[in-house]
Design a protein around this ligand. Structure first.
Ligand code: ATP
Length: 446
């Protein structure tokens, strides 16, 4: 099995412009990351595939982009003001801070959790009683900082879908079952943020809420479970042996859930959740009807009745998905002493690099012309710096699947060499059919 330490991925991400620590010149800012040129391109490619899998491949699923700031009552209705808490404990000795539930999970043999050794200083019996800590970020809207103007940064995108669902349904003339998909930022004041972009205080969610007739919820959950797992291997090219389901037991269920499953990926730091599939029942819609005083029931024309639909939610973290893609693609090719990101060509931020073998004899001009020809179709780079081997190795780390070299033969017969990243095999291809040949290789998954 491939063993990759997270540190190596973090360092590659910085070196090649995928991900940087936020506010680095000020010493960094807790658990926030900035995405560089390659990181934004890769993140966009992943989110586009997700949106396509939802709204293009399903005729009855549509998109939405709701606000990050919403009416504060939404978060009372949803239960987040009252119940979106994590139990916080401190070590009295070294002041380290933990989530009590995570400490217990890591030390299942300790029945009396307070005896658990502090993982930081090693002292036992020094942990405080847990205090409930609300994970929502609170802010103030307008100039006056009183409670009337309090608002929250959304901790999940789902509520924006629920409060709009009847408007969307009416506008798009949707019949049950139907879904609404949304990609957007969410914020949680996590007690312990760790593992790079796995758990951060600002992150992006890709959530799809599927509205079904009560009674059809269990079948729907099962079919979404299957479809969502396949997405990772079929549309992101992730190794399926590193994916699995984890079912939530009674004690693990969120306040709104009847049934919940996590899709887990085997990260360098172990199996961890990347997406949750939840049966949220009619909890949220009933709550919103009660708190807003507005009708939240749907009229089902076919059945000629009004009811609260049940909601099956698929809730994925874009940043975690990106980390899974990076972890899966990271490859140390020790035989050739190089690091390669084996990204699927359809996800790779740069599809090809064009290199003149030498900086003279008219080769740079030919290479520039090839760049001009390819760039309307996909992202390409021109590189004439350093030896050809060094140029390729740089691109291998960026995940660029194809290297095109213009050499003296090109001037004679209009052919170039095309090198494949993973195998390093080189073929000679005629310039006439170059765009089409590359496009065919790139679009396998589209
Ligand atoms: P965890 O148990 O890891 O805190 P959760 O069960 O609270 O996650 P959900 O509320 O189900 O997570 O959120 C859905 C998805 O949103 C998660 O599967 C994850 O991919 C993403 N997510 C949640 N919290 C974070 C975070 N702090 N940083 C990055 N992604 C997150």
């Amino acid at each position: 099995m491939k063993e990759t330490s997270l540190d190596k991925i973090v360092s590659l991400c910085k070196r090649r412009g995928f991900i940087f620590q936020s506010s680095e010149i000020y010493g960094g800012f807790g658990a926030v990351y900035d995405y560089g040129p390659l990181g934004t391109a890769l993140k966009d490619a992943i989110s586009q595939r997700w949106m396509k899998s939802m709204t293009q491949l399903h005729e009855n699923i549509v998109g939405l982009d709701s606000g990050i700031l919403m009416h504060p009552k939404i978060w009372e209705a949803s239960g987040h003001v009252g119940a979106f808490n994590d139990p916080l404990v401190d070590c009295k000795h070294c002041k380290a801070r933990y989530r009590a539930d995570e400490l217990v999970e890591e030390n299942p043999e300790d029945a009396v959790w307070k005896n658990i050794q502090c993982p930081s200083c090693g002292n036992a019996g020094e942990l405080t009683d847990p205090r409930q800590f609300n994970l929502m970020f609170k802010t103030h809207v307008g100039p006056v900082e009183d409670d009337a103007a309090a608002a929250y940064l959304r901790p999940e995108t789902a509520q924006g879908i629920y409060v709009n669902y009847l408007l969307v349904q009416g506008a798009m003339r949707l019949k049950i079952p139907f879904g609404i998909a949304q990609i957007g930022k969410a914020f949680r004041n996590e007690i312990v943020a760790r593992n790079f972009i796995f758990r951060t205080r600002e992150f992006e969610q890709m959530e799809m809420q599927y509205f079904v007739k009560p009674g059809n919820d269990e079948d729907s959950l099962n079919s979404w479970k299957e479809e969502r797992l396949n997405f990772y291997s079929d549309m992101l090219g992730i190794d399926s042996s590193k994916l699995r389901y984890h079912g939530h037991g009674e004690g693990e269920l969120a306040h709104y859930a009847k049934e919940a499953w996590d899709i887990e990926y085997e990260f360098p730091f172990g199996w961890s959740e990347i997406e949750g599939i939840h049966n949220r029942t009619d909890f949220d819609l009933k709550q919103h009807q009660e708190y807003s005083g507005k009708n939240m029931q749907i009229f089902d024309q076919e059945a000629n009745e009004k009811y609260f639909p049940y909601i099956i939610e698929t809730s994925a973290g874009l940043n975690r998905m990106l980390l899974a893609v990076l972890s899966d693609a990271y490859w140390e090719d020790s035989e050739n002493n190089r690091v390669v990101l084996k990204l699927h060509p359809s996800l790779a931020p740069v599809k090809a690099v064009v290199c003149p073998l030498v900086k003279k004899d008219g080769l740079p001009d030919i290479a520039r012309k090839i760049v001009d020809e390819l760039k309307p179709h996909f992202k390409v780079l021109y590189d004439q710096q350093g030896s050809i081997g060094k140029r390729y190795y740089r691109q291998d780390e960026m995940g660029t699947p194809f290297g095109i070299t213009v050499d003296h033969q090109t001037a004679e017969d209009n052919t170039v060499t095309v090198r494949e990243r993973d195998t390093q095999k080189q073929d000679r291809i005629g310039l006439d059919g170059l765009t089409e040949a590359l496009q065919a290789k790139i679009s396998t998954y589209s």
